[in-house]
Design a protein around this ligand. Structure first.
Ligand SMILES: [Zn+2]
Length: 257
């Protein structure tokens, strides 16, 4: 792999290279980075779209599902003509069309206990765009074990929340939530609905955090706080999250296997 950017890359990424906090060095870091996106849905679509546009060298996309008509209102990687196709294949086609420089690796499987470590170990950052608590806790625990930074997000109806986790440095998802809620308290997109643009906002924040982390930002990441977006009243607020020394995932006696 060439160490310098090509003239075509410099032109393609010129508007972000101009940003003083980024520049050419950050662009090379992005090119040499590998980001795993869990879920090619409402969060993963905008996140992967912007990460591909920004020139992240390798994107891994994990999703076991096929594109359905009811996905298209928010899952912007997929088009009407993709209905029935594997989401990871549709995602790869869209992302490659946008930026052929990006290598897209596809995993048409559910991210589960059996494959999580093996898949995640190849990546520098994880965007969790999953739509269920079991996967969100698995992403957290896997990322903590492998010391891979990640962005959590969740969305429902007209609300979303997001937080970035740097293993060993910041509070993790399990420090905040401990364990999945009882089934009767769970709201998800299928049962509760979601406005597509709300998913877009959260996924875009996740992509922004990934770029900042990969570009080497040491301050200003969304760590040790949960950002809450209330689209109904168009308000953002964040709440402090403290690391829990007894956290089952990242706590002191924690399992480092
Ligand atoms: Zn923790």
């Amino acid at each position: 792999m060439a160490t310098r950017l090509t003239s075509e890359q410099i032109e393609r990424y010129s508007r972000q290279i101009m940003v003083p906090d980024l520049g050419g060095t950050a662009q090379m870091h992005l090119r040499d980075s590998r980001v795993l996106v869990i879920g090619a849905g409402g969060l993963g679509s905008p996140a992967a779209f912007y990460l591909a546009a920004a020139g992240v060298g390798t994107l891994g996309i994990v999703d076991p599902d096929k594109v359905e008509l009811s996905n298209l209102q928010r899952q912007i990687l997929h088009a009407t003509s993709d209905i029935g196709r594997q989401k990871v294949e549709s995602a790869k086609m869209t992302l490659t069309k946008l930026n052929p420089d990006v290598e897209v690796k596809t995993y048409p499987v559910r991210f589960d206990e059996g494959n999580a470590k093996e898949i995640a170990a190849e990546y520098n950052f994880i965007v969790d765009g999953s739509d269920n608590f079991a996967t969100k806790f698995l992403v957290n625990d896997t990322a903590i074990k492998l010391a891979i930074a990640f962005s959590h997000a969740g969305i429902v109806r007209l609300q979303g929340q997001t937080m970035t986790v740097i293993p060993g440095k910041s509070a993790c998802y399990r420090c905040l939530f401990k364990a999945p809620p009882p089934p009767e308290e769970i709201l998800n997109c299928q049962a509760s609905g979601i406005l597509g643009a709300v998913a877009g906002t959260l996924g875009t924040i996740q992509a922004t955090e990934a770029v900042k982390f990969l570009a080497g930002f040491e301050e200003g990441l969304l760590t040790d706080r949960l950002l809450i977006y209330d689209a109904k009243h168009m308000k953002f607020r964040d709440i402090e999250v403290k690391r829990d020394a007894n956290c089952a995932s990242c706590g002191d006696p924690g399992d480092k296997s």
